[in-house]
Design a protein around this ligand. Structure first.
Ligand SMILES: NC(=O)c1ccc[n+]([C@@H]2O[C@H](COP(=O)([O-])OP(=O)(O)OC[C@H]3O[C@@H](n4cnc5c(N)ncnc54)[C@H](O)[C@@H]3O)[C@@H](O)[C@H]2O)c1
Length: 391
């Protein structure tokens, strides 16, 4: 028999919309035993929140997340706020027995990430982190090829995550450029995805050495104002400048426990690259290549192909045999960025139905943050740093 779970979503902007899309559409594509009920959405400002509530389809709204965690009728709390709020919301939700689903990075510091993991373990609640790119069919295919030994022994991973949205020095000091809110810049935002993907496909990091730069040191501050005509909260640039205290770009090298080596680069200063996550993995028997801007495709090269036809083939991962694809459209009818969140929520619902811990979860969030921290330590110390894991 179908069961419902009541969901509360904190945050209603970029990820708030992506997660709402997932709850709305998951039952259209997946025959889950559990159906999410979009019970309550939370944000700081009531008028824009009320617009989001109506547009996304949530039953209720509130501007105070503390009211949500106290409610007995909420089963799952989904955190899509900036990282500075993750810890408090996650811990308070765990205390009242809720399933906690949190956006990446798990928190703004490794210390906070450990506290979050301790809380979900102490209060014995299930948890998940939104490394949604794991849930793309092409990535699932990459995982399958590696597990089946098609790539052989892995030698290299080469991963970049390139964006260009803060190239203009007059672009304002948004929360993503403030350490007290975001924790770090391109590193925690973009390298976090690369690190998780690499842990998933290649294995655990053993040591790292990094380099980072903040190209634009000061930017116009932002002022939030209530627009008296519309009631909406609007932001405008101030004459005053504030210090950018996070990295614009972070590059690092890594060694892995299985002997592989890797290079990683995250930047917000690559003109023309909008959301350019690309990676290539090379092994003794072949290579695989992924480019997020062509997210349905996986390139694969096999040394076992006859010499006369050897070359990279491009697999469109939309066939029913590819992970998740059977739930979507007929072969060749591609899916999009937002659909990775639908797959993610489908896996969470399945785990709840089977009383299992979903993956990726807070352990993955902590392990990712341990690598992020080791890279930051190596930058400060100007030397290789071992990735020590407490979990
Ligand atoms: N998985 C992904 O691919 C992906 C992509 C983008 C962002 N993210 C992550 O998602 C998180 C949010 O990013 P975003 O781009 O959605 O940010 P955003 O600025 O678009 O939205 C943040 C939301 O949080 C709300 N908020 C902030 N403080 C709050 C509080 N105290 N109480 C209630 N609501 C509060 C804001 O009102 C807003 O609705 C970050 O951790 C970010 O790293 C993940």
């Amino acid at each position: 028999m179908k069961k419902n779970i009541n969901v509360a979503l904190i945050g209603y902007k970029f990820m708030g919309k992506a997660h709402s899309h997932a709850y709305r559409d998951v039952s259209l594509f997946f025959d889950t035993e559990i159906t999410p009920v979009m019970k309550v959405i939370c944000g700081r400002h009531d008028i824009p929140l009320s617009i989001a509530q109506e547009k996304f389809g949530w039953q209720e709204r509130t501007t105070d997340w503390k009211k949500i965690v106290k409610r007995d009728d909420i089963d799952l709390v989904d955190i899509t706020t900036p990282p500075d709020e993750h810890k408090n919301i996650a811990i308070e939700s765990a205390k009242t027995g809720k399933f906690v689903f949190c956006e990446k990075p798990l928190s703004k510091t490794l210390k906070e990430a450990y506290e979050m993991l301790e809380a979900v373990e102490k209060y014995n609640v299930k948890h998940a982190i939104c490394f949604n790119y794991r849930k793309l069919p092409a990535v699932g295919l990459a995982k399958k090829l590696i597990e089946e030994g098609k790539i052989g022994k892995i030698y290299h991973v080469r991963a970049v995550y390139l964006q260009d949205w803060i190239l203009d020095p007059e672009f304002p000091l948004v929360w993503r450029l403030q350490k007290k809110i975001a924790g770090s810049g391109a590193h925690g935002d973009l390298n976090a995805h690369l690190i998780d993907m690499t842990r998933y496909l290649v294995g655990e990091f053993s040591e790292v050495i990094g380099l980072s730069e903040t190209f634009i040191k000061e930017r116009p501050k932002l002022i939030e104002k209530d627009d008296l005509n519309t009631g909406l909260v609007v932001t405008e640039k101030s004459e005053e400048k504030g210090k950018v205290d996070v990295d614009d770009a972070t590059i690092f090298l890594a060694r892995f426990a299985n002997g592989a080596i890797g290079s990683f680069e995250a930047t917000r200063f690559a003109p023309g690259r909008k959301n350019g996550q690309r990676w290539e993995i090379n092994g003794s028997k072949g290579s695989i290549v992924f480019n997020l801007e062509r997210l349905n495709e996986l390139e694969y090269y096999s040394v076992d192909d006859p010499a006369c036809v050897q070359g990279f083939r491009t697999i469109i991962a939309t066939d029913g045999s590819h992970p998740y694809a059977a739930n979507w459209w007929p072969a060749g009818h591609i899916i999009g960025y937002g659909d990775s969140f639908v797959n993610m929520v489908a896996d969470i619902l399945q785990a709840i139905a089977q009383n299992k811990m979903p993956t990726p979860n807070f352990v993955d969030g902590v392990k990712c943050q341990e690598v992020l921290q080791a890279v930051e330590d190596s930058i400060k110390q100007k030397k290789w740093v071992k990735v020590k894991s407490r979990v």
